[in-house]
Design a protein around this ligand. Structure first.
Ligand SMILES: NC(=O)c1ccc[n+]([C@@H]2O[C@H](COP(=O)([O-])OP(=O)(O)OC[C@H]3O[C@@H](n4cnc5c(N)ncnc54)[C@H](O)[C@@H]3O)[C@@H](O)[C@H]2O)c1
Length: 143
């Protein structure tokens, strides 16, 4: 697995994955819509070593075009509306990107030769820590 398609690669954590991926010799195709949370300065040091697309993952035609052109082996999906407090003010961008955008990526990936789809999530989906103070992947989501 050599060619990785990274979404949200200009974000806080996605950008570190991009920098590390380049160092480790992967060929990276990075998609980011550069929202208020995206910053190209984070990946400036590797920008000559990646293919970068300023694109929104909710734009299915655009995403299909990128898959067809770049033919990635795997996808690592970091793009998200990630600041929970903002969802209290307006949940619609969260539904758009986190739900609809993820579904579009899954649909496009299904119609391609992708070997692996890695979806990044957060422990916040488990809610408050219970009495035993631990989460597991089998813990029910938000009780
Ligand atoms: N930051 C943390 O400490 C942390 C911890 C655990 C899990 N996570 C998870 O990791 C993922 C990324 O977190 P982060 O902190 O890097 O987030 P971030 O908000 O810093 O970055 C998100 C990136 O996604 C891009 N983006 C948003 N909507 C998009 C869209 N529709 N199309 C294309 N690009 C879009 C933004 O421009 C930004 O560059 C999230 O799922 C988050 O829940 C983060």
């Amino acid at each position: 697995m050599k060619r990785l398609l990274i979404t949200g690669g200009a974000g806080f954590i996605g950008s570190e994955f991009v920098r590390q991926g380049v160092k480790r010799g992967f060929e990276l195709i990075v998609i980011d819509k550069l929202s208020y949370a995206g910053d190209m300065d984070r990946i400036k040091e590797v920008e000559d070593n990646i293919a970068f697309y300023k694109a929104d993952i909710t734009d299915k035609n655009l995403i299909e075009g990128i898959f067809k052109k770049e033919k990635p082996d795997a996808i690592v999906h970091w793009a998200a509306e990630s600041h929970v407090d903002r969802s209290i003010m307006d949940a619609s961008p969260f539904v758009d990107t986190n739900v609809r955008g993820t579904q579009i990526l899954l649909d496009v990936a299904k119609g391609s030769d992708i070997e692996k789809f890695i979806n990044i999530s957060t422990d916040e989906v488990y809610g408050e820590l219970g009495e035993d103070g631990q989460f597991f992947e089998t813990t029910p989501l938000i009780q």
